[in-house]
Design a binder for this molecule. Structure first.
Ligand code: AMP
Length: 282
């Protein structure tokens, strides 16, 4: 397995492969790998000649310095996990300097309003940071396909918008949410939870599933009320938001319309750790 820390070395390695028209699959991550990341990696390995995984905790997408400082960094373990999966993975694990060259700041992006909802509303600047890093990584790796998880559904829609607005020639592949046996969406942040909290956090998905049933027969307002009331029964959780939004515009709805696809989105704290999840509602 090859590991690059410098974009110049990675580009020099990939450039002859691109000249031979090899397809490059790309999986950008922030590391602390889990089975969710590996599901993206496995798909890329199946669908491309070459697969690149980046591991980079991108400072510009964090709006909270404590969250950035405490984000798990486990590069040695991550490399071992990838080695156990395949010898054919190319890892790009840069330092901040290699990406930002002394100026660690975001560019500004207009994603036609997708950035104003949910994560964008609650994490100011987050999607400018995401756009900045994803665009730079695409310029370095030049992938034919890039894999993103529906776990971060808003991010997936934003990356699709980014490539269409900037005419970046890459196919964005959305991949289903990988869950722990108890239903909790896998996340690197789960590692920061105590064992009891990690077990309790299973109710997030249980409540989302119940909300899906409620939504079938009840109004949007009643579905909201249901979710809010359920979490009030569990004071160890602090609900930041629950939104029901149309899948492509991500605009929150107050009434259902036929022929539209809706999703429920949640952000919630337990033990001061912020978790997000989402579910297709129809
Ligand atoms: P992260 O390292 O959290 O930035 O995630 C890197 C990529 O893996 C993103 O495209 C995420 O959406 C995806 N991902 C993270 N967790 C999961 C999961 N539980 N299931 C599927 N994809 C995931």
């Amino acid at each position: 397995m090859l590991i690059f820390n410098k974009k110049s070395d990675l580009s020099a390695f990939l450039s002859p492969l691109l000249n031979q028209n090899k397809s490059i699959g790309f999986v950008p991550t922030m590391g602390a790998l889990h089975q969710g990341h590996l599901s993206l990696l496995k798909k890329s390995l199946l669908e491309n000649d070459v697969t690149v995984m980046s591991i980079f905790v991108n400072p510009t997408q964090f709006n909270n310095t404590e969250d950035l400082d405490k984000y798990p960094r486990t590069l040695e373990r991550d490399v071992q996990i990838m080695q156990d999966l395949s010898n054919n993975i190319i890892v790009y694990a840069p330092e901040v300097e290699d990406i930002y060259e002394g100026y660690t700041a975001s560019e500004s992006f207009d994603y036609d309003g997708l950035e104003n909802q949910m994560e964008g509303k609650h994490r100011p600047g987050h999607f400018d940071g995401v756009g900045t890093i994803v665009k730079r990584l695409f310029e370095i790796v030049k992938p034919s396909k890039a894999y993103f998880g529906e776990k971060d559904f808003q991010q997936l829609q934003i990356v699709k918008k980014l490539v269409s607005k900037y005419n970046i020639s890459v196919e964005i592949i959305g991949c289903p949410i990988h869950r722990e046996a108890n239903g909790l969406a896998m996340s690197s942040r789960n590692e920061r939870l105590s064992e009891p909290a990690r077990e309790k956090a299973a109710i997030i998905y249980q409540i989302l599933n119940s909300a899906k049933e409620i939504f079938k027969r009840n109004s949007v307002v009643e579905t909201h009320q249901f979710v809010e009331n359920e979490f009030k029964k569990h004071p160890e959780f602090q609900l930041e938001y629950f939104e029901i939004a149309e899948e492509t515009t991500l605009l929150p709805i107050s009434e259902k319309e036929s022929n539209k696809k809706y999703r429920g989105f949640i952000a919630i704290f337990i033990e001061n750790i912020r978790l997000i999840d989402n579910i297709s509602l129809n």
